[in-house]
Design a protein. Structure first.
Length: 278
């Protein structure tokens, strides 16, 4: 059964386009996963714009799929108002994500498309057949041949990590997680034995602890060293570095990956347009 992972946005915090980030990409998080005929999309950062255009240009068939949001920080939602299938009446999309602070997922998503921040509301602009599904703190969904599970990660305001299983293979998407909390053990168990672990590796230890610039502790992100430790503890087959720092250019990413491969030779740094088969 086909099971593929394609990266449309791999950067964290803010888009960082330009010649210095051309090879790895400057768009914020958006990951497309195909399990058989099922389309699963994880996060709608700025990379979602290109994904939406690609889905519509692929053919005349309506776009049908499930979108999973990890959390509602802007870098994970920037592409929503520009995701072209949302404007096509034949599209059928289910948006899945956690309620927060007494607000449903639909209320939160709609809240970023209001004046004076945005010229039109979601209700006025979107024409697709949309369903909104609030996810509990932990749970499981069956979507065709795919099983999707999730759990809470350590991130300011809350954040979900997802595990996708298809045909006996598995991918864990654990972006925007800060290491060193009591939630680590649960994440390691959740990711145990995964074929791919897509893990937040935004900083080096020197950056995180303030030995190179301001300390980033409490900001909700991990280091490449913590990514290696998570992959080892979870006994995953392949570590995929993700949520790259917007200030880290391609040459710096190459150097970071070389450091990681001294500990995990199979490790990959996610790049836009990269396609992996677990």
């Amino acid at each position: 059964m086909p099971f593929t992972v394609r990266f449309w946005g791999v950067r964290g915090s803010i888009p960082s386009p330009g010649p210095q980030t051309r090879r790895y990409g400057g768009n914020t998080p958006c990951v497309e996963i195909r399990c058989g005929d099922e389309l699963l999309i994880f996060d709608l950062g700025s990379g979602a714009r290109a994904l939406g255009d690609a889905l519509l240009s692929a053919g005349s068939a309506p776009v049908r799929g499930n979108i999973f949001i990890t959390h509602y920080h802007y870098d994970h939602l920037q592409g929503l108002p520009f995701f072209a299938p949302m404007f096509v009446p034949s599209s059928e999309l289910t948006l899945n994500g956690p309620p927060r602070n007494g607000r449903t997922m639909r209320e939160i998503l709609g809240g970023q498309m209001v004046q004076p921040y945005f010229p039109v509301t979601a209700d006025a602009a979107f024409r697709a057949k949309l369903s909104y599904q609030d996810l509990p703190e932990n749970g499981t969904l069956r979507i065709g041949p795919a099983t999707v599970r999730w759990l809470e990660l350590n991130h300011p305001g809350g954040n979900l990590g997802y595990r996708i299983e298809c045909g006996g293979r598995s991918v864990v998407y654990a972006t925007d997680v800060e290491h060193g909390s009591e939630l680590d053990t649960g994440l390691f168990e959740f990711a145990k034995g995964a074929d791919l672990l897509i893990y937040d590796s935004m900083y080096t230890e020197d950056e995180y602890h303030g030995r190179a610039g301001p300390a980033r502790t409490g900001w909700g992100h991990s280091t490449w060293q913590a990514a290696v430790a998570a992959a080892n503890a979870s006994k995953v087959k392949t570590l995929v570095l993700f949520h790259h720092d917007p200030g880290r250019d391609d040459a710096s990413m190459d150097r970071l990956l070389r450091q990681v491969r001294k500990h995990r030779p199979e490790a990959i740094a996610a790049k836009e347009s990269m396609v992996l088969e677990p």
